[in-house]
Design a binder for this molecule. Structure first.
Ligand code: CDP
Length: 226
């Protein structure tokens, strides 16, 4: 039954659309494992920058790291969380969430060999049973047969405001405007790439969360996944 299309709940959407918080809450409600695929692309971006490779100019250099890239998704035994391990160590959030990584991650995620590698790794998590996986191409590429697919959207200004609140920063007009610009830029690169672009699956439920709370969105998703 592990391969049942009822076992994968996919949540896709643009930058800072609330996917991570919502996927975690849906996973709790459904007693499912939660997997954040953005962290995987961020981890490779971090390794790329550490190796002084510029992903925009040297995609082959990034692809050459994949042979030695020891990234594993581990299911924790005590609860339904998963941990991403790099060389058998937990990933340090400050490393992969830095603004430098954020500004470069879409150039790493555009590389076809990278996407292939990530998608294969993500599909292995079917073995865990019921999972909630969030990203950009989960409903379209990773689990196209899944029965429960969602695509979250929200206005860029609202997304930027939420991201600043999440990081505890005071939302000045300048900070907001800068963040809106970088969110729109990342969405554009993610949507226009040839392999695994950011887009809703034709059978996804599209939820515009601009005026909804996290709770509203979680309830909506859980009620559809009954
Ligand atoms: O949390 P946030 O919305 O800022 O982004 P994220 O989910 O951490 O994803 C970071 C980046 O990874 C995205 O902008 C994409 O370039 C890439 N990504 C992707 O291409 N495919 C996925 N399934 C997940 C992330």
């Amino acid at each position: 039954m592990k391969n049942s299309p009822n076992n994968q709940i996919t949540i896709d959407g643009p930058a800072a659309s609330g996917k991570s918080s919502i996927a975690k809450r849906v996973a709790e409600e459904k007693n499912a494992y939660c997997i954040n695929t953005g962290e995987m692309y961020r981890a490779l971006t971090w390794a790329t920058l550490k190796n002084n490779i510029d992903p925009k100019c040297d995609p082959a250099g990034v692809a050459s790291l994949l042979g030695e890239f020891n990234l594993r998704i581990i299911a924790n035994s005590q609860d339904i969380t998963t941990t991403l391990l790099y060389n058998d160590n937990s990933i340090i959030p400050e490393d992969i969430l830095s603004s430098h990584v954020t500004s470069q991650v879409s150039y790493v995620a555009i590389i076809p060999q990278v996407r292939d590698w990530m998608v294969n790794k993500q599909r292995e998590t079917k073995e865990l049973g019921l999972i909630v996986m969030e990203g950009r191409d989960i409903g379209t590429v990773v689990f196209p047969d899944a029965n429960y697919k969602f695509f979250l959207t929200a206005r860029p200004e609202e997304r930027a405001l939420r991201r600043l609140k999440q990081t505890g920063e005071h939302p000045t007009e300048l900070k907001l405007a800068t963040l809106v610009e970088s969110i729109i830029k990342r969405d554009k690169i993610d949507s226009e790439r040839e392999v695994g672009p950011l887009k809703p699956a034709v059978d996804a439920h599209i939820i515009d969360s601009t005026t909804l709370t996290i709770c509203d969105v979680v309830n909506k998703i859980v009620s559809i996944c009954k």
